[in-house]
Design a protein around this ligand. Structure first.
Ligand code: NAP
Length: 486
């Protein structure tokens, strides 16, 4: 049973045009708790008609919202953030209830996720255009930035709060109304954010949260010319589908998709620091993050010490319900995630890998999986190529720097990568050689409001965070001022 200081933050209706509403036919989607498997509530199952009306409402709100000054829009965002801070304990409990991660981790997600709001509230005051040096007399070419228009945001279940703020804060700051379609497994954080946006006084239609059938809603969104931009975080498979669908109306797209992050450890690495980062990057959210370390590549000279250290650290991990004290690893999101981990391990072991720790479902049952360390990974194994999304650390060794780079780049994905070395030239050289949008050198906590986050290759396109994240919601317009004379 979920206990909240403010129970009205747990909403079971959609928030559209400033109102709480149900699906036309009252149909619902049931939501469960991944830790205990029990149904915790339901949310409306919107179809095409409800989605169309929500898009109409957002479009109608656009003119008023974009007419505000950046400072005025920022004031709404600051108020929203103040309410998030005041209610963060409740928000963390809602997040853990629907997603399963430890409450301390949910608080961390809320701290990071909310940091995008004040940052963009300020940054939107600095979207300067240019006066371009004229190539002929009598003219002044200038540029300015305008909001792209109605934004449709589709978000995943692994970060039910921060994936929403990371998209909506820059979109709203830029002057765009937003429609958020959260993952059906974790809609309640999104609806709580809508309740707080309502209390912050956003004009009706500017911030909307819609739950329902993903493919039906996406079909309406893709063909609707009023939606000008789609920002999606989720699997590469769905991202490709959406990119193709939205091409019919030539929408701007940002795609934050899957990853296959290499964690490259050189002989000269600081072992204690490297182990801390490997542990954090692998275990956060039970390994269910797009930037989770997926393949650990360790140089031969340090491999033994690294493996011993990682096994020691993983042995102490406490697995359990996110509401229990000191739990560090919560459940996986569902049974198919558990089965995916089992299948990857079975394939790896059948091809010669060795399990040093864990390797199976946890004794707690349900969706819990043992923190696992595996050595002897090779390129022939599925685990080398597929996103794990579980608490499994597969390790392989390499001899030379060139081999490490070649192995690290041997994937169609290109989101996060990590390099651990104390050699200054190598610390410059390797990030330039790695085909990834993000690279952590001697650090693994990559996401910051101030910095552009996003992938290359099949990990997607577009950036969230930093000034790039704001310009992703704006069009650069060019005006030629002529007839000036001089
Ligand atoms: P998913 O299955 O692609 O779902 C993501 C979202 O897309 C959900 O809201 C889902 O709705 C919706 N969706 C599903 N089918 C759709 C369709 N045909 N048309 C439109 N929307 C559709 O991904 P996931 O399993 O939830 O998330 C895990 C993936 O996200 C991983 O690959 C991970 O790497 C990636 N991820 C990337 C980043 C990044 O920044 N690059 C960050 C976090 C996660 P329903 O829930 O209703 O099905």
């Amino acid at each position: 049973m979920l206990t909240l200081n403010d129970p009205s933050l747990f909403r079971e209706q959609c928030y559209v045009n400033g109102q709480w509403i149900d699906a036309d036919d009252k149909s619902v989607i049931k939501v469960d708790n991944p830790s205990k498997g029990e149904i915790i509530g339901s949310v409306p199952k919107f179809g095409a008609a409800e989605t169309r009306r929500a898009i109409d409402a957002a479009e109608a709100a656009w003119a008023g919202w974009r007419a505000l000054t950046p400072k005025e829009r920022g004031a709404y965002l600051i108020k929203w953030n103040d309410l998030i801070q005041e209610n963060k304990q409740d928000l963390a409990r809602i997040l853990s209830y629907e997603q399963g991660k430890p409450v301390a981790e949910s608080l961390g997600e809320i701290a990071l996720g909310s940091s995008y709001i004040p940052w963009y509230a300020e940054e939107c005051r600095r979207t300067y255009g240019d006066v371009i040096p004229a190539p002929r007399k009598g003219i002044r070419p200038i540029t300015h930035h305008q909001p792209v228009g109605v934004v449709f945001a589709i978000t995943p279940w692994n970060f039910p709060m921060s994936m929403i703020t990371r998209k909506t804060a820059p979109a709203l700051a830029a002057g765009c109304p937003v429609l958020v379609k959260p993952a059906s497994a974790t809609p309640y954080s999104a609806l709580a954010l809508a309740e707080l946006a309502h209390r912050a006084g956003f004009p009706a239609g500017v911030f909307n949260v819609l739950t329902g059938s993903a493919s039906v809603m996406a079909g309406e969104m893709a063909s609707n010319v009023k939606v000008r931009k789609v920002t999606f975080t989720g699997s590469t498979e769905v991202g490709k589908k959406l990119t193709a669908q939205t091409a019919q109306t030539m929408k701007r797209v940002s795609m934050e998709l899957g990853g296959n992050a290499p964690f490259v450890v050189f002989d000269d690495a600081d072992l204690a620091l490297t182990l801390n980062c490997a542990y954090g990057s692998k275990i956060r959210n039970a390994g269910q993050t797009c930037i989770s370390t997926n393949r650990i590549l360790v140089q031969e000279g340090i491999a033994q010490d690294f493996v011993t250290g990682l096994v020691e650290r993983f042995k102490t991990l406490r697995v359990g319900d996110g509401f229990e004290d000191n739990v560090e690893v919560g459940p996986l999101i569902n049974q198919s995630a558990v089965e995916h981990c089992e299948a990857l391990l079975a394939d790896a072991v059948s091809k010669g890998a060795k399990i040093l720790l864990g390797g199976k479902r946890h004794a707690l049952g349900g969706n819990f999986f043992e923190p696992t360390v595996l050595t002897g990974m090779t390129r022939e194994m599925r685990i080398f190529h597929e996103e794990i999304f579980g608490p499994i650390a597969p390790i392989m060794t390499f001899a030379s720097e060139a081999e490490a780079v070649e192995l690290a780049n041997d994937t169609p994905f290109g989101l996060a990568s990590y390099v651990f070395t104390q050699n200054l030239s190598r610390a410059w050289r390797i990030p330039e050689a790695l085909e990834y949008g993000l690279c952590g050198v001697n650090d693994a906590a990559l996401a910051l409001a101030e910095a552009p986050f996003g992938g290359v290759k099949e990990s997607g396109t577009g950036r969230e965070g930093g000034r790039e994240g704001l310009l992703d919601f704006m069009e650069t317009r060019y005006v030629l001022m002529g007839g000036i004379g001089a």
